[in-house]
Design a protein around this ligand. Structure first.
Ligand SMILES: [Zn+2]
Length: 340
């Protein structure tokens, strides 16, 4: 007994220094806000508490900085995990299959919550689901390692070299111009859908808004372009000249920052679709183009009051070719060289 006591009293000075350093580092990490969150219980959705300090230290050492870590049992493979997002609702879902329900009673989420407003989770039929509600429209960046799934949220512009917001221009109760029994919205919606698929397959990040949803107002659409740092907000329309019914051709209006590019687009379309190039129109910007802070092209695919052109735009062949050409334009002319 006496001997042990002596030993402790005789602690070398450097050990005291080490203790001081560890405590200082711990306080630094707490101060920096690398808070560790934990699931209080699976029954309490979204309830997160500060972890105890011992666990916090070990988590911080093992975690990737900037990521939220979802612990995984050693048996969980990468193929057990699926990630899905609903960007307009600002939600990202991580589903983990085949995990024992009790596992998440003792293993807690931890790490960085930057850009994440709320975390909810639940367990049902062998699937543990984590639902992240983001502050803005964000894309998930993930990394799997055995024993942990790391996820953070990033601006689309940081993850993709082209971010495109497509607005169908009309939809729902608003058919746009209706001439010769042809609805403008049918043309613009068809092109918008084709464009989404073509651009997505070329690796662009696309946010398509069809105006059949009552929520899709000009303000809503402009907000999505601004929130995603879109390289272009493309709003699709047809032109009209009811007085002469002679005018035909492709034209555009554009915000100042993308006017020169818009000219290239109307030229490319006119060549590909055998249409007259009317170039940039002098009309003042209106609707979504007037509100958004993002580069915006208001594209008039053709003039619907001209019968020949209306029938042409209504054809599958035209819509396919127009979507191909707009895709080529965005690929060639709007690709950012580097992600800053
Ligand atoms: Zn229109």
């Amino acid at each position: 007994m006496n001997k042990d006591k002596k030993k402790i009293q005789g602690l070398p000075a450097f050990l005291s220094v080490m203790v001081f350093v560890i405590v200082a580092a711990l306080l630094f990490f707490i101060y920096r806000g690398d808070i560790t969150v934990m699931a209080e219980s699976r029954a309490e959705k979204g309830a997160f508490n500060r972890n105890n300090e011992d666990e916090m230290v070990s988590e911080l050492i093992s975690d990737r900085s900037g990521y939220l870590r979802i612990p995984l049992p050693d048996t969980a493979e990468e193929s057990d995990i699926t990630v899905r997002d609903e960007p307009f609702k600002k939600l990202i879902f991580v589903r983990i299959n085949g995990v024992d329900e009790d596992y998440y009673k003792d293993n807690f989420l931890s790490g960085d919550m930057t850009g994440i407003k709320d975390v909810r989770y639940g367990y049902q039929d062998g699937v543990f689901t984590v639902e992240l509600e983001t502050e803005k429209i964000r894309v998930p960046v993930t990394e799997y390692v055995r024993g942990g799934y790391f996820i953070k949220v990033a601006s689309p512009a940081k993850s993709y070299d082209r971010v495109v917001v497509i607005d169908s221009g009309h939809g729902g109760d608003d058919p746009g111009s209706v001439v010769y029994g042809i609805e403008e919205k049918k043309i613009t919606e068809n092109v918008a859908l084709k464009l989404r698929d073509k651009l997505t397959s070329k690796g662009a990040k696309v946010y398509l808004i069809l105006r059949d949803d009552p929520v899709a107002t000009d303000e809503y659409i402009a907000g999505i372009a601004d929130e995603t740092d879109a390289d272009v907000l493309l709003t699709l329309h047809t032109g009209a000249d009811a007085n002469t019914r002679i005018t035909k051709g492709v034209s555009a209006k554009a915000t100042f920052d993308i006017k020169e590019k818009a000219k290239i687009l109307t030229r490319m379309l006119s060549e590909a679709c055998d249409q007259k190039d009317l170039g940039l129109s002098n009309e003042r910007l209106s609707g979504v183009a007037e509100i958004t802070a993002s580069p915006c092209i208001w594209l008039k695919l053709g003039v619907i009051t001209n019968k020949e052109e209306a029938l042409k735009m209504d054809s599958e062949e035209y819509q396919e070719k127009a979507a191909d050409t707009i895709t080529e334009f965005i690929d060639k002319e709007l690709r950012r060289e580097e992600n800053e």
